[in-house]
Design a protein. Sequence first.
Length: 281
Amino acid sequence: MPVTLSNSTRISKRFAELRASGELGIVAYITAGDPSFGATLKFVLALAAAGADVIELGVPFSDPLADGPTIQRASERALKAGASLAGVLSLVRSIRQSSEVPLVLFSYYNPILQMGLEKFAAAGASAGADGVLATDLTPEESEEYRRILAAHRLDTIFLGAPTSTDERLAKIAACSSGFLYLISRTGVTGAKDALPDDLPTLIRRIRSVTKLPIAVGFGISLPGHVSVLGGLADAAVVGSALVSEIEKAKSVDAAAAAVAKRVRSFKEAARHGLSRREVAP
């Protein structure tokens, strides 16, 4: 059975504000601990100041199968620097000293399972996290996970894919809270030049089975992508494009400035794109 939260989480509040203003949200992903937790703290505060609506903190993992080369390298760098799930939770606590930006822990399930569901949920909520996306956890195996996280007022976000049937999209949506993350294409994460031609059809399919906000990710790397999504989705997820800026920057301060500049460009595109209210259903 689906477990629901009230509309009082930071994530739900932010999406309600975006919906009221007709503005597309920007969900920014970075790998926590790349190149250090101190650097990640600077990046998060810079992203929030630049207008990121939700920030996903990637928990470094040794076998990130859903991620393309850019985020794989970021995970490797973070792990070599000593990053861990416990360290990411400590980072969340540090972020909360300066910012109320909605935070999603973006993880593979193994680190969560190794910590223990109850311990993880309690620690995440206490630190100030708002939601969790366990990329390789299926709805069928998620009942205990969802029950425990909901008890700690953490949103549970799941992935929908182009290959998902309508029946499965409905099941995924029923297990989700906060928002639903819609993968725009088959394959792994990574910056692309163009969005799939069939993306509008996919978004209409998911809209028919849920009232949750829809955030579209995988391949979102240009302001033009955001302008297009403004008439279709509730948010665009930008990850590899930001992680790439961090990878190539000469210093932590330069990286913080670069990711902030990127997000500002996406927010500008979102404000100039069509609102959903201007698009016929």
